[in-house]
Ligand binder design. Structure first.
Ligand SMILES: Cc1cc2nc3c(=O)[nH]c(=O)nc-3n(C[C@H](O)[C@H](O)[C@H](O)COP(=O)(O)O)c2cc1C
Length: 198
């Protein structure tokens, strides 16, 4: 029986009406349409303090970082839709990545959420560059922590005009790009299933 890949989707912004949230919505719908078992989360539900090693030493890794690590491990792949701040990764997303990188165990059981985990990236912005500078930085960071970042990506320019009233991309180019990205992620996640059921 073919495996149904479990894919975790989230955006790097918790702003009301965020273009990255709308891009994540499109990814979520397309992945489900193509047969994946999708979990959608918001980083708003996993608040984390700014990474501080004194805090980590005094209090340990926050429970929300461990909860995110558990989710990463329980899925075959992750799709992140990120905004771009000053040509790079927004602090909400980088902070979450950094805290999760400090998780080593969960109740004494080793937990190593990143190495080998498949990840696909989308970016968006309200400008013409579509967050492309951020996605390049994010790709480098995630590769550094040994995630398997797939090559296809979707970058959405002019966010305020990119979506119709149903939340779909207006441009066919973006709809096709998202379908290709989701297809590639599902194909690889099916071949390389790495999830560990809780
Ligand atoms: C601190 C900050 C820096 C930003 N830098 C960039 C940038 O470098 N490039 C860009 O295209 N947009 C930039 N923007 C504008 C964002 O693209 C815009 O606010 C977008 O709506 C944020 O993403 P979201 O809609 O997913 O929340 C910046 C916004 C903020 C708040």
């Amino acid at each position: 029986m073919a495996i149904v890949p479990k894919i975790l989707v989230f955006a790097g912004s918790i702003r009301t009406g965020a273009y990255s949230g709308k891009t994540a919505d499109c990814a979520q719908k397309e992945l489900a349409l193509q047969g994946a078992d999708v979990t959608r989360i918001s980083l708003a539900d996993y608040p984390l303090p700014i990474m501080d090693q004194d805090l980590e030493k005094a209090e340990g890794v926050p429970a929300n970082a461990v909860a995110l690590a558990r989710l990463f491990v329980a899925h075959d792949a992750i799709l992140i839709a990120t905004p771009e701040y000053n040509g790079s990764i927004p602090p909400l997303l980088k902070n979450a990545i950094d805290w999760v990188s400090r998780v080593r165990s969960d109740g004494g059981v080793p937990l190593n959420p990143y190495p080998g985990k498949l990840v696909a990236l989308c970016s968006s912005s309200n400008g013409h560059f579509a967050g492309i500078r951020c996605i390049n930085h994010l790709r480098a960071v995630l590769s550094h922590i040994q995630m398997e970042v797939i090559s296809p990506q979707v970058s959405v320019p002019n966010g305020s005009e990119a979506f119709d009233e149903n939340g779909e991309f207006k441009e066919e180019r973006l709809r096709k790009g998202m379908a290709r990205l989701c297809g590639a992620l599902i194909e690889r996640a099916t071949l390389l299933s790495t999830r560990v059921e809780p």
